[in-house]
Design a protein around this ligand. Structure first.
Ligand code: FE2
Ligand code: FE2
Length: 133
């Protein structure tokens, strides 16, 4: 069962960002299903690395737009991106160490972080970009 479901209310109305967000949520859901199915740790690690890489690419997309338009809240937004990437990195590390994440306790980062971030940080960014672009 998907844990995060895309809804149009999450659109930030910047096509490139929305497209990446939909893909990001798909990757989070795939990861969740994989954990539920208790797939092999090496496979899980590959998926996590894939999610981390895509997240990095996505954050870079947003950060380029923020820099280009001198977004007033970019500092806090960049900081949040760094924090999320650090969590994902920790998760990859934990799986590399042989742990199997449950995603409901200390590995909570892969449950709803993507949606929380979209709502709290990317939506205001979307409003700003729609005003300046
Ligand atoms: Fe963001
Ligand atoms: Fe985003």
């Amino acid at each position: 069962m998907p844990i995060v479901t895309w809804s149009d209310e999450y659109n930030v109305n910047v096509e490139k960002i929305d497209k990446q967000h939909r893909h990001l949520l798909q990757l989070v859901n795939d990861l969740h299903s994989a954990v539920e199915a208790r797939i092999d740790k090496e496979e899980l690690k590959k998926m996590l690395i894939g999610l981390t890489e895509f997240t990095r690419t996505h954050f870079a997309t947003e950060e380029q737009l923020m820099s280009k338009h001198d977004y007033p809240d970019q500092k806090a937004h960049f900081k949040e991106h760094r924090m999320l990437l650090r969590h994902l990195g920790d998760l990859v590390h934990a799986v590399s160490q042989g742990k199997y994440p449950t995603f409901y306790s200390d590995y909570d980062v892969s449950t709803d972080w993507a949606l929380v971030h979209i709502k709290e940080y990317d939506m205001p960014l979307g409003i700003f970009l729609n005003e300046v672009e």
